[in-house]
Ligand binder design. Structure first.
Ligand code: NDP
Length: 256
């Protein structure tokens, strides 16, 4: 099997809901086959797969806890089997390290447990999952990590979360440098505040917070999942191939 000029295949972690789901649907609109991962909600993941297949595009869903590196070997094996069986190939073209959690706690009150949970999912997970999947990513492929506007500007309560995202931004540049010889690009997308379940759905459900963020955003509203799904499809399009080692913020101009 080889990676010929057929439509690309993307792996998106945390694709059963929120931004990952929107990314999957937008990529599918461009003919990109998609493997999404879910942590526990198989029914949600199956629904996303069905929505993608309804577009005439191949899709699959695999369980994965990105916060537990011990599961990565088994995941890589399952992914390999899925790529061969469902997509008829042995390599991925795009990897989007999207899965994440939000923890809101002041610097003074953040516990070691909260810190470790954030580190395991965001930083350690992104680092070692990508490392594990390197043999399954095609030369010339694309990796897109997900950061946050909070790595550039500050809101009280996000010290640990934003520190992990800052780490991902630095990691992105190193990955781009070291994977360059394989012609793999690595970039990091930093969404602004988006209406999802993230952080208990606060941006979506807390009207006062929503208004406050909209007022600090040049385009006058908070982000919606489609704003990010579209940005990801744009960055992973063939025309985006010369963008490498960059932090791209998609926030409508938040906190400029
Ligand atoms: P959601 O809470 O809506 O969805 C999070 C996704 O990540 C779910 O699919 C969830 O799976 C998955 N996930 C969480 N923890 C794990 C884990 N340990 N292993 C595997 N999967 C996991 O969040 P968003 O879609 O909004 O966030 C996606 C990314 O975007 C995150 O990295 C987040 O930090 C980032 N981001 C979000 C912003 C926002 O305002 N929404 C702003 C900036 C960045 P499950 O359903 O099984 O829990």
């Amino acid at each position: 099997m080889s990676t010929s000029k057929r439509n690309p295949v993307a792996l998106i972690t945390g694709g059963n809901r929120g931004l990952g789901k929107s990314m999957a649907l937008h990529l599918a609109d461009r003919g990109v086959g998609v493997v999404i991962t879910y942590r526990s909600n198989a029914a949600e993941a199956t629904d996303v797969v069905k929505q993608i297949e309804a577009k005439g595009v191949k899709a699959a869903a695999l369980a994965l806890d990105v916060g537990d590196v011990r599961g990565f070997d088994a995941f890589a094996g399952a992914l390999k089997a899925e790529l061969a069986g469902r997509f008829g190939r042995d390599r991925l073209d795009h990897l989007v390290n999207n899965a994440g959690i939000g923890v809101h706690a002041s610097f003074a009150e953040t516990t070691e447990e909260q810190f470790d949970a954030l580190m395991n999912v965001h930083l350690k997970g992104t680092f070692f999952l990508t490392q594990k999947l390197l043999p399954l990513i095609a030369d010339g492929g694309r990796i897109l990590n997900v950061s946050s506007g909070l790595a550039r500007f500050t809101f009280p309560g996000y010290a640990a979360y934003a520190a992990m995202k800052g780490g991902i931004e630095v990691l992105t540049r190193y990955m781009a440098k070291e994977l360059g010889p394989r012609k793999i690009t690595v970039n990091v997308l930093a969404p602004g505040a988006i209406e999802t379940d993230f952080g208990g759905g606060a941006v979506r459900d807390n009207a006062e917070l929503n208004r406050m963020i909209a007022a600090q955003t040049a385009l006058g509203r908070v982000g919606l999942p489609d704003d990010i799904g579209g940005a990801v499809a744009l960055l992973l399009s063939p025309e985006g191939g010369w963008i490498n080692g960059q932090r791209i913020e998609a926030s409508g101009g938040m906190m400029l």
